[in-house]
Design a protein around this ligand. Structure first.
Ligand code: SF4
Length: 288
C-alpha cells in the first residue's frame, strides 16, 4: 500500500483492509471484486491484484505457510527485490539490504555518488553499498535505523549538524544529491465516457484495460453526435495527464457480457476507480 502512497493516506485503508481480510487465508478466499473494492481510492490496482494472487499462491502451494527467505518471497507475484528484502528483514530479521527512496538518498550522500541513482548502474551501485553495510545480526534494527536516518535527518534538506554519521559522510554539497535522470515530460490524453441513466440506475462497464476488473463509465467509441461534455476533470496516471470527459446518452440496449445497470444506491459497494467515482458523484449531485 505504501508504494507511491504516503503513510497518512494509507493508514485508514490499512486498518479497513485488516478488518476485512484479517489473515492470509481470508484474503486468499476473497473474490477479485472484493479485493479491488477494499483497495478503491489507493490507485495502482496491480498492487491489489498481486497481493491477492500472492495470498492464493501461498495458501495453495505453501500450505498457508508464509515464506521467510528473500529468494522465496521474490517468486511471489508483484514481489521484487525491495519488497522481498523488506519483508525478510523486518518480519524475520534476515540479514539482507533494503534500499528505498530515503535510504538511496542517504547512501548516495555518504559515498558522494555523482551519477543518477535512478539509472540501472546507479541503482546497482547503491544496492551494492547497502549490501556491504548490512550486518549479519540485528539487520532489522540496522535497516530501520537507516530508514529513519534518511527520513528524519538526511532529508532533502539535510540536517548535517545533528547527523550521527557525519564523520563518515563524504558529501561536500549534500543538498545537490542524489542526482536523478531528467523526468519524462507528461503526456496529455483525453478519454471520453458515457453517462447513461435509467431511472435509479446508471450503466457501468467492467474494464479490461488500465482498470481491469473495476467498473467504469462505458467508453465512448466515436465522438460524432455526442454533444457537449457534461463533466470534465483531470487526473494524473503515471506519466500521463488525462482529461476525463463524459457525455450523456439516452438508455439503450446494453452489452451484457461487460455492462451492467447499477442501482445508484449501491454504487459504493462495487469497485470503481477514483476518477470515475468522482465523476459519478459529481454528475449525481448536479442532476438530482
Ligand atoms: S552528514 Fe548530512 S549529508 Fe551526510 S548523511 Fe548526515 S545528514 Fe546526510
Amino acid at each position: 500500500m505504501l508504494q507511491q502512497t504516503q503513510v497518512a493516506t494509507v493508514i485508514p485503508y490499512y486498518n479497513k483492509w485488516l478488518r476485512r481480510f484479517p489473515d492470509l487465508a481470508a484474503l486468499a478466499r476473497a473474490s477479485e471484486s472484493e479485493v479491488l473494492h477494499a483497495w478503491q481510492g489507493l490507485g495502482y490496482y496491480a498492487r491489489a491484484r498481486n497481493l491477492h494472487s500472492a495470498a492464493k499462491t501461498i495458501a495453495s502451494e505453501n500450505n498457508g505457510k508464509f515464506p521467510q527467505l528473500a529468494n522465496e518471497l521474490k517468486s511471489l507475484p508483484g514481489v521484487g527485490r525491495y519488497t522481498a528484502n523488506a519483508i525478510a528483514t523486518f518480519a524475520f530479521d534476515r540479514s539482507v539490504p533494503i534500499v528505498e527512496a530515503n535510504i538511496a538518498r542517504l547512501l548516495a550522500r555518504i559515498i558522494n555518488y555523482q551519477q543518477p541513482i535512478d539509472s540501472g548502474r546507479g541503482r546497482e551501485a547503491i544496492w551494492q553499498v547497502a549490501s556491504m553495510l548490512v550486518p549479519a545480526r540485528s539487520a532489522r534494527a540496522f535497516n530501520s535505523a537507516l530508514m529513519d536516518l534518511g527520513a528524519l535527518v538526511c532529508r532533502p534538506r539535510p540536517k548535517c549538524q545533528v547527523c550521527p554519521v557525519r564523520r563518515f559522510c563524504r558529501a561536500s554539497k549534500p543538498e545537490t544529491l542524489p542526482r536523478k535522470k531528467p523526468r519524462p515530460r507528461l503526456k496529455k490524453l483525453t478519454e471520453s465516457h458515457l453517462w447513461i441513466r435509467n431511472r435509479g440506475r446508471i450503466l457501468l462497464q467492467q474494464s479490461n484495460g488500465r482498470w481491469r476488473g473495476l467498473w467504469i463509465l462505458p467508453p465512448l467509441k466515436t465522438r460524432s453526435r455526442a454533444g457537449p461534455a457534461i463533466h470534465l476533470s483531470i487526473f494524473p496516471f503515471t506519466h500521463h495527464q488525462i482529461t476525463l470527459q463524459v457525455f450523456a446518452q439516452p438508455p439503450r440496449k446494453i452489452d451484457k457480457q461487460k455492462q451492467r445497470w447499477i442501482d445508484i444506491d449501491s454504487i459504493d459497494s462495487i469497485p470503481i476507480p477514483s476518477p470515475h467515482h468522482r465523476a459519478i458523484a459529481d454528475l449525481l449531485a448536479a442532476r438530482n
